[in-house]
Design a protein around this ligand. Structure first.
Ligand code: TEU
Ligand code: CA
Length: 562
């Protein structure tokens, strides 16, 4: 029986995330820019990606590197001009690459004209564009905390009231209850869509609707504040309205940053009949190694839990929704340092992780530099860090009696700057990123890890990513096939099949630094032969025909079982 699959271009696409500040600097000022991206489009085409997700490039005082927007229609001077955006779209189109842009509308910058007006007086026409509250007993209205340390409320002198900021105090939250505000946002979205962007990645979109009367965290609160803030009562009404007014009028894709979204509610956001978004990023796997109440505090993660997260989300999405696959972005440590081994088995483990990214069900997102296995950085001095989350956490740490020495290991493991070091293009002094002084220091390992070398080396991570992308394009089963985990309790091996009608693929991934044996179930053992290996990160060893596979450290294999 042929199952009817709902095919969409964005389900078949591979997406590449660019953080412009760190991507490529074309004019030597040390800051990546739009012309710098244009220079590298051939490289991205060679990699084989279909869509670029461009992080914010709008006017911004850069308190949170562009996630604090002061003009949604303007381009940050350091990045270029609106003509550069148009040229980028045009040049990308020539190479069959679409571009989606970041929509950051849970908050704006405090330097946005709306906020400049809003804070002036209680009766200003823009007052209600933000969330203001008089003091309660001379203090903040509730006990909410900011994602970036401290209270989520800031007292504003001019009117003696507090405004809400779930992120930094220079990122006041917009008030989506206000009809005019929503209308202005939709107009702005039309502006960019008419320029030819192919959709949006929506920053912290589940947070736009706040809980009525802004209740404090309950007694005995578990500290999971993202979940507490997410999915307020009007969020679906707002997204349906946005879809009706804007999104439905174009052939585009949307992916919401699904912070705080639970699997059981995901299809309210992305189910076909919900008419809201196409995908959300889910974060279950991204917090397995974090303490719930401290984003920078690391804890040991387990492969079994990791598998369970992906299984749970795929099940929850079913045929009604569609998933997104990402293992890292500009907010998290480098994937090879986090889920692999960034020393002895860097190349093998980066390929292993790549195999996971391209063979699970969902649309894969590559974060810049992961295709060459860039690693975390370990600056020796806190002065070298830039990220506001890291710096605020550091301030708080000092205030509580901590020291820089004690904080540095946390930063090394968890700082967002790990992912924000400049892309390593070659082995020259600033990694080919800039001819000047980079805004954030390049990782010293660019001598060995860089694009120039990776492109030339046929065994590089980069060329392995190319093969994975091509494989995914050739075999529909890798896009639309259902996933079934094999031996879920196995703490070392992540193995699964993907099945679509009469086509089946087997993926076996050894997330372990030792040689490891894997017992195949009877039904699969019969079908597995060496010549059915489609791809592996080690030279293929002839299979003995027994029902056990012997895998080397971080070895991953993809078998075609038809
Ligand atoms: O991130 C929201 C978010 O979930 C992060 O704060 C995340 O929890 C944290 O970085 C984990 O360490 C988005 C953007 O991706 C991020 O860059 C912005 O700083 C943030 O929103 C505010 O716009
Ligand atoms: Ca520049």
């Amino acid at each position: 029986m042929a199952t009817s699959i709902n095919k969409q271009w964005w389900k078949e696409s591979v997406i590449y995330q660019i953080y412009p500040r760190s991507f490529n600097d074309s004019n030597g000022d040390g800051v990546g820019d739009l012309p710098g991206i244009i220079e590298k489009l051939d490289y991205l085409q060679h990699l084989g990606i279909d869509v670029i997700w461009l992080c914010p490039f709008y006017s911004s005082p850069n308190d949170d590197n562009g996630y604090d927007i002061s003009n949604y229609y303007g381009v940050l001077d350091e990045f270029g001009t609106i003509e550069d955006v148009e040229k980028l779209l045009e040049e990308a189109k020539k190479r069959n690459i679409k571009i989606i842009i970041d929509l950051v509308v849970n908050h704006s910058s405090d330097e946005h004209q709306w906020f400049v007006e809003s804070r002036k007086s209680k009766d200003n026409p823009y007052r209600d564009y933000y969330i203001w509250h008089p003091p309660v007993d001379g203090k903040a209205p509730n006990n909410w905390v900011s994602f970036f340390s401290g209270s989520a409320w800031q007292l504003d002198e001019a009117t003696g009231e507090y405004y809400l900021h779930l992120f930094t105090k220079k990122q006041p939250d917009l008030n989506w209850e206000n009809d005019n505000l929503r209308k202005e946002i939709y107009d702005m979205m039309h502006f960019w869509l008419q320029k030819g962007v192919a959709g949006f990645r929506m920053d912290v979109i589940p947070l736009i609707s706040k809980k009525p009367n802004l209740p404090s965290f309950p007694a005995g609160f578990d500290g999971n504040f993202p979940e507490f803030y997410a999915s307020g009562p009007r969020v679906h009404e707002f997204l349906k309205e946005m879809n009706r007014e804007v999104l439905s009028k174009y052939d585009i894709m949307t992916v919401g940053e699904g912070i705080g979204v639970k699997p059981e509610e995901v299809n309210a956001y992305v189910g076909q009949s919900s008419n809201e978004l196409n995908m959300v990023f889910h974060f279950g796997h991204m917090f397995l190694d974090r303490q719930t109440d401290d984003m920078l505090e690391w804890k040991q993660w387990s492969l079994v839990e990791f598998k369970e997260v992906f299984e749970k989300w795929e099940k929850a999405l079913g045929n009604e929704g569609w998933g997104s696959l990402f293992l890292g972005n500009h907010d998290f440590p480098r994937i090879v340092s986090r889920f692999g081994d960034d020393e002895t088995y860097r190349v093998e483990s980066a390929k292993l992780i790549g195999t996971l990214l391209f063979t699970l069900k969902g649309t894969p997102y590559i974060y810049q530099g992961d295709e060459i296995g860039m690693t975390n950085v370990a600056y020796e001095n806190m002065d070298d860090y830039n990220d506001v989350q890291t710096l605020n956490a550091f301030k708080e740490f000092l205030a509580n009696g901590g020291s820089a020495e004690a904080f540095l290991p946390k930063a090394h493991l968890s700082s967002r700057d790990n992912a924000r070091t400049p892309v390593q293009w070659d082995n020259s002094s600033q990694a080919g990123f800039t001819t000047g002084t980079p805004w954030l220091k390049v990782n010293p390992n660019h001598k060995e890890i860089n694009v120039a070398e990776a492109v030339e080396d046929e065994n590089s991570i980069f060329n392995y990513y190319r093969k994975l992308i091509q494989l995914r394009k050739r075999h529909e089963v890798l896009v639309y096939g259902e996933t079934e985990i094999i031996d879920k309790p196995n703490t070392k091996i992540y193995a699964y099949t993907r099945t679509l009608e009469d086509k089946q693929v087997l993926v076996v991934l050894n997330f372990n630094v030792e040689n490891t044996e894997f017992q195949l179930p009877q039904n699969l053992a019969a079908k597995v032969e060496a010549d059915k290996v489609m791809l592996s990160n080690y030279p293929v060893v002839p299979h003995t025909g027994k029902d056990k596979l012997s895998l080397k450290p971080y070895e991953g294999r993809v078998y075609l079982l038809f």
